[in-house]
Design a binder for this molecule. Structure first.
Ligand code: FMN
Length: 139
């Protein structure tokens, strides 16, 4: 059976919310990267993270760089940002360099001060779980 893991990196807990919605849907305990999650035998890895100054959290990049063989076969990214349009490009590049195929990225809005004030909302969480469902069906 395919083993799936959901990890997240967060400053203001929006990514935690998204990760937990996906974890609940997939019946998986999600892990904060601060716990330095072990990814042994993982086939599909969901990575949930926010965007800060146009980039992913440095701690997330550091963690991803430490992923050692045997690496997950696939990854899918879930990204939270005020604009609702910025992507985790560096995360994607590091994963691909390690031979981890990035299947897709779901980007949703996340509040900062008065920008996107209601996000992530219930609709965002539903869209994130719909995304996870589609990814799981693909692999
Ligand atoms: C210091 C800081 C910088 C941010 N920079 C950006 C940015 O460059 N682009 C953007 O769309 N959102 C930006 N945001 C908004 C966050 O991406 C958004 O709040 C996201 O939901 C945070 O996810 P988190 O709660 O998991 O940390 C920034 C937020 C903070 C706190």
């Amino acid at each position: 059976m395919m083993k799936t893991a959901v990890i997240y990196a967060t400053k203001t807990k929006h990514s935690k919310k998204l990760a937990e919605a996906i974890g609940l849907f997939l019946n998986i305990k999600v892990q904060n990267i601060t716990e330095n999650p072990a990814l042994h035998d993982v086939d599909l890895l969901f990575i949930v993270g926010g965007i800060y100054g146009g980039a992913s959290m440095p701690a997330l990049l550091t963690y991803i760089k430490t992923i050692e063989a045997p690496v997950p076969k696939y990854a899918a990214l879930v990204t939270s940002c005020a604009s609702g349009s910025q992507r985790q490009i560096t995360v994607c590049n590091i994963l691909e360099e390690k031979g981890i195929k990035v299947l897709d990225e779901f980007v949703c809005k996340g509040r900062i001060l008065f920008v996107s004030p209601t996000h992530p909302n219930a609709k965002d969480l539903k869209e994130a779980t719909d995304f996870a469902q589609k990814i799981v069906a693909r692999v």
